[in-house]
Design a protein around this ligand. Structure first.
Ligand code: GDP
Length: 295
């Protein structure tokens, strides 16, 4: 299960804290040292972990906490609140422009789960009464268009493709098509690469400047830990993304990406992928994730 190691270590640290009864500053500092180590082992970015425990210590060492009847509980409550804030506080919404269609551009490295998540989003939006259109813009891998078509068929959502035409042209034509056919959500599956490269970034920038998407959602694989955060930072610097879809949280990911993405990029995680099936997509709730990590 995801976050298992982190949850266990935090729980052990808090158990020791609870066993002490009344707390002093040194007790809190010691507990925070353990929390910091647990976060680092979960592959949380070093600065994020350090700032986090400093913030909790600052709040916890106040008289109100130390002199309360259950100081350890108060510290845990602060950790919960700060974890929630770290992941963005409240749920992040999808943009809703005044005149449809809403244009969502999905980008990310190859294998991150981009195509699968384009399909998952389409299913979720369809359930909410929208009429999504999937757009195949990964023109470099011959199998990519076919893969999106298979996903579209399973999802019961139309797929717009123009073979290996230029991605910018495909996007423009797809938006015209959506307007003509009453599709209120256009989901663009862009090309991925194994690594970030300039040609890919220029193509994505080109698409962005031509069609001005309302959402640029970056799909990142949570299993890659700190690397996922580095990828998010680079994409954000280049494209000014609007949010992240964090995938493969059903695996035994240690949690670092979920906890660091927001702090490092300033952009919220909007959705999480929790399996290979098209219904395995959830809106990301920072408070629920914090409670899950704290057990
Ligand atoms: P793309 O290259 O970024 O378009 O990635 P794909 O959508 O082809 O996904 C790559 C692999 O990851 C596929 O085998 C998917 O089934 C798998 N995958 C995608 N999302 C998830 C997820 O949330 N959980 C799990 N366990 N597997 C996923």
């Amino acid at each position: 299960m995801a976050f298992e190691g982190l949850a266990e270590k935090l729980s052990a640290a808090f158990k020791r804290l609870k066993s002490k009864g009344k707390l002093n500053e040194a007790d809190v500092k010691e507990a925070m040292r353990e929390v910091r180590l647990a976060l680092l082992e979960a592959d949380v970015n070093y600065k994020v972990a350090k700032d986090f425990t400093n913030r909790v210590s600052e709040r916890a060492v106040g008289a109100e906490v130390m002199e309360s009847l259950t100081p350890a509980q108060m510290v845990i409550k602060i950790v919960n609140e700060e974890l929630t804030a770290l992941m963005g506080g409240s749920d992040a919404k999808i943009a809703s422009p005044s005149s449809p269609p809403t244009i969502l551009m999905l980008c990310g490295l190859q294998g991150s789960g981009k195509t699968t998540h384009a399909g998952k989003l389409a299913v979720m939006l369809k359930k909410k009464g929208h009429r999504p259109l999937l757009v195949a813009c990964d023109i470099y891998r011959p199998a990519a268009i076919k893969q999106l078509q298979v996903v579209g068929e399973k999802a019961g959502v139309p797929v717009f493709e123009m073979g290996t035409e230029k991605p910018v042209e495909i996007c423009k034509a797809a938006i015209r098509h959506a307007k003509d056919y009453g599709n209120d959500m256009v989901l663009i599956d862009t090309a991925g690469r194994l690594q970030i490269d300039e040609v890919l970034m220029n193509e994505l920038k080109d698409i962005k400047s031509t069609i001005s998407p309302h959402e640029i959602l970056l799909v990142v694989d949570s299993m890659t830990g700190q690397e996922a955060v580095n990828v998010a930072k680079t994409f954000d610097d280049m494209l000014d993304i609007t949010g992240v879809i964090l995938t493969k949280l059903d695996g035994d990911t240690r949690g670092g990406a979920a906890l660091s993405v927001r702090a490092v990029t300033g952009k919220p995680i909007k959705f999480i992928g929790t399996g290979e099936k098209l219904q395995d997509l959830e809106v990301f709730h920072p408070d629920r994730m914090a409670s899950r990590i704290l057990g």
